[in-house]
Every structure is written in structure tokens, then in C-alpha cells.
Design a protein around this ligand. Structure first.
Ligand SMILES: *Cc1c(COP(=O)(O)O)cnc(C)c1O
Length: 386
């Protein structure tokens, strides 16, 4: 493929660019070979979507007499096992169509794991190298999955440095820093195109409460909650959107204070959610409510999911469940009926050495007993203990 010194945008420059235009060694975007490669890459990503079925909307069993239905959108059934399959597909299409992803140049991502697993898969699909920059605490199973899909892992000690390390690696390798934390909200088609929100509403059509009172979605990039909340407003629904936040995350404080500059020191223990800074992709104004959820409540809830439905899910699913349970208890207390939707974000088999390990709980000094009692008490009686 022809490589040349080109204008910043990489196309055919009709004029000599002014000094403000950065010159980079790049592919020639008008080269027919590049255009053929681009078309093939886009086709391969689209074909993956075309081969895939929609994810299930499952019902969590609640007493019939409550008049409240709880649904779980099961995002663990995507080909790469998490809701990040949707995001990775959107980011690859966005990066390809913007001319940012080029033949032979690596794609680099700052990730706590799940996005990197899905992106490694799409990078393999279109034949570009992939490097994931992740905190050293990321579960070993995720590292193995990234390498299984042909990606490389670059582990860092301080989770706050993943952004700058990714940007540096992109500069050094001539690659593209995908930057999910900036681009998640805009790479996704929030008005429809079978995004997660449209899919939920389609699947609720024949239910007794087809317009949910609440949708509960946790935030990592914030992209999922942004897509859902924007879609609700765009479609003029009455649904409210709640984002529960784990410990060691600043989304809650930033949302309450209306301050985009807040940050916190240590990394979240709930993989995939909770961030040390207000990510650009998190859209606070679109969200109706936030809730701080103790990590022990998260683990107690995800274990209750296994007892009640025989499903093992990742930690963030527990955070969403705890918050949904609390909302349902409030609805019950207020004599309201309706439906609530939350997500199964990824499968529990990625975290057997964490949320399903009593040794890990002990190591973390985490006592889930009071929360486990609260959840079981709520599911039996409808009463919220606190
Ligand atoms: C990314 C992620 C989330 C949150 O989704 P965002 O759209 O990034 O906010 C929740 N759970 C898991 C397991 C994730 O990987």
C-alpha cells in the first residue's frame, strides 16, 4: 500500500496546507488499494452484526402479587460475551469510516478488560494488530481472552495512567488510540438502528407494562446509559433512567455536584464500571437519578441472581440488580405497579477468582452477610431493610 507524506486529513490536498496542518506519515486515502481494504473491513464488521441474533430479555422471578416486573437484558450472550461487543462494533465502524483505523497500523485501547476483549476480536476480524492497556488488577481470565483473540496486553500499575500510556503507544507505533471513554457516546447510534434501548422497547411490546417505569444501567464509559437516556427522551417516553455507581468511582459525586472535574484516587473493584474521573462519554444531564452502591451489596446481589435464576454474572450486573431491587421496594411502598429493566453485562465465569471467591472477599475485608440478608428479605417480603 502506498505510504506518503500527506495533508493532515490524509486525502488529496488541493492546496499546500498552512502551518497549522500537522503532517504525518500516513496511508494515501485516495489510493484504490486503501479504499478496497476499507470496504472489506467495514463489510466484515457489518457481517458480524448480520450473523448475530438479538440478546434475550429475561424475567427475574418476583411475586406475582407485587404487580411489578423486573427484566434483565442479557448482554452476556454476544459473541465476545459482554455488552462491549456492541461498543466495539460501533467504535470500529466509527474509526474505519473516519479514516482513523488503517491497514497494518495497531489499534490501542485503554480498558479495564471487557472492551479490550471485544476489540481484540474485531481487530482480528479486519486483520490489524491490537494492544490493550489495562490496570494490573484486571482479572486473569480477561487477559487470557484478549490474547486468545490475538491481542496483546500492556499492564500498568496505576489505573489513572491508562489514558496517557495508550496515547503514547499510539504515537510510538503510528497506531490509533480508540479512546472508548471519549467516543463511546458518539460512536453509538442513539436514535435507533437497533441500539440496546430500541431493542429493549421492542422486546417489551407484548408485556403487561411495555413502557418501563425505570431502566437501570451502570456506567463505565457512560455510553450505555447515554444511549438509553437519549433514546428515552427522543422517543418521548416517561421511563426514568437510574445509574448506580460502585465505591471508588467519581461519577456519583460529579453528577451530584455538577462538576466535570472531580476525580478519585483508587480504582473500582467492580470490573467494567466506576471510574477515577468524569469520563467525557458520561452524559450526566440525560440521567434522572444516581445511586451509590456498596461493593458488598453488589456481590450479595450477583450471588442472589445465581440462587434465584441459576445465572452467574459479572459484578456490575450485581450493582444494577441492587439498585433495581431498591427501586422496586420504593414502588411497592408507594403502591405503584410497572416494570423495571436492568442488564446482565457480562458472564460470571470471568470472575470466579473474585466475586464468587470467599477468599477474595476475605482479602478485600468485605462482609456481604448483611446485604445478602437484605436481598433475600426483600425478595421474600418486598420490604427494604434500610
Ligand atoms: C463497560 C461495562 C459496563 C458499563 O457500560 P458503559 O456503556 O461503558 O457505561 C458495565 N458492565 C461491564 C462488565 C462493562 O464492561
Amino acid at each position: 500500500m502506498a505510504v506518503r507524506q500527506s495533508a493532515g486529513a490524509g486525502g488529496v490536498a488541493d492546496e499546500v496546507p498552512g502551518p497549522a496542518v500537522r503532517r504525518t506519515a500516513d496511508v494515501d486515502r485516495s489510493d484504490p488499494g486503501y479504499r478496497e481494504w476499507l470496504k472489506e473491513a467495514v463489510r466484515k464488521v457489518q457481517a458480524d452484526a448480520n450473523r448475530s441474533a438479538d440478546t434475550h430479555l429475561l424475567r427475574f422471578p418476583l411475586p406475582e402479587a407485587w404487580g411489578i416486573d423486573l427484566y434483565l437484558k442479557d448482554e452476556s450472550t454476544h459473541p465476545t460475551g459482554s455488552l462491549k461487543h456492541r461498543l466495539a462494533r460501533s467504535l470500529f465502524l466509527y474509526g474505519l469510516c473516519n479514516g482513523w483505523i488503517r491497514p497494518g497500523a495497531p489499534v490501542i485501547e485503554a480498558s479495564s478488560g471487557s472492551t479490550a476483549v471485544s476489540e481484540a476480536y474485531f481487530a482480528g476480524l479486519i486483520g490489524v494488530p491490537f494492544i490493550a492497556v489495562m490496570p494490573r488488577t484486571t482479572s486473569a481470565q480477561k487477559t487470557r481472552l484478549i490474547e486468545f483473540h490475538g491481542g496483546q496486553c500492556h499492564l500498568v500499575d496505576d489505573p489513572r495512567t491508562v489514558y496517557e500510556v495508550s496515547a503514547r503507544l499510539a504515537r510510538e507505533t503510528g497506531g490509533h488510540y480508540m479512546d472508548q471513554f471519549t467516543y463511546a457516546e458518539r460512536a453509538t447510534d442513539w436514535r435507533g438502528n437497533n441500539n440496546i434501548a430500541e431493542s429493549i422497547y421492542q422486546q417489551l411490546r407484548l408485556e403487561r407494562y411495555p413502557e418501563p417505569a425505570w431502566i437501570v444501567a451502570t456506567a463505565g464509559t457512560g455510553g450505555t446509559s447515554a444511549t438509553i437516556a437519549r433514546y428515552v427522551h427522543y422517543m418521548q417516553y416517561d421511563t426514568l433512567v437510574c445509574v448506580p455507581d460502585p465505591e471508588n468511582s467519581c461519577f456519583f459525586d460529579g453528577w451530584v455536584a455538577g462538576d466535570p472535574e472531580v476525580s478519585c484516587e483508587s480504582g473500582s473493584r467492580i470490573e467494567g464500571i466506576g471510574r477515577p474521573r468524569m469520563e467525557p462519554s458520561f452524559v450526566p444531564g440525560a440521567i434522572d437519578r444516581m445511586m451509590k452502591v456498596p461493593d458488598a451489596a453488589t456481590v450479595a446481589s450477583v450471588r442472589a441472581l445465581e440462587r434465584r435464576m441459576g445465572i452467574r454474572a459479572g459484578g456490575s450486573t450485581g450493582t444494577g440488580l441492587w439498585s433495581s431491587f431498591k427501586i422496586i421496594a420504593e414502588m411497592l411502598a408507594a403502591g405503584r405497579t410497572g416494570s423495571v429493566v436492568t442488564l446482565i453485562c457480562d458472564p460470571g465465569d470471568r470472575y470466579l477468582d473474585k466475586y464468587y471467591s470467599d477468599a477474595w472477599l476475605a482479602e478485600q475485608g468485605m462482609d456481604i452477610t448483611p446485604y445478602a440478608k437484605a436481598v433475600e428479605g426483600f425478595l421474600d417480603t418486598g420490604a427494604w431493610p434500610c
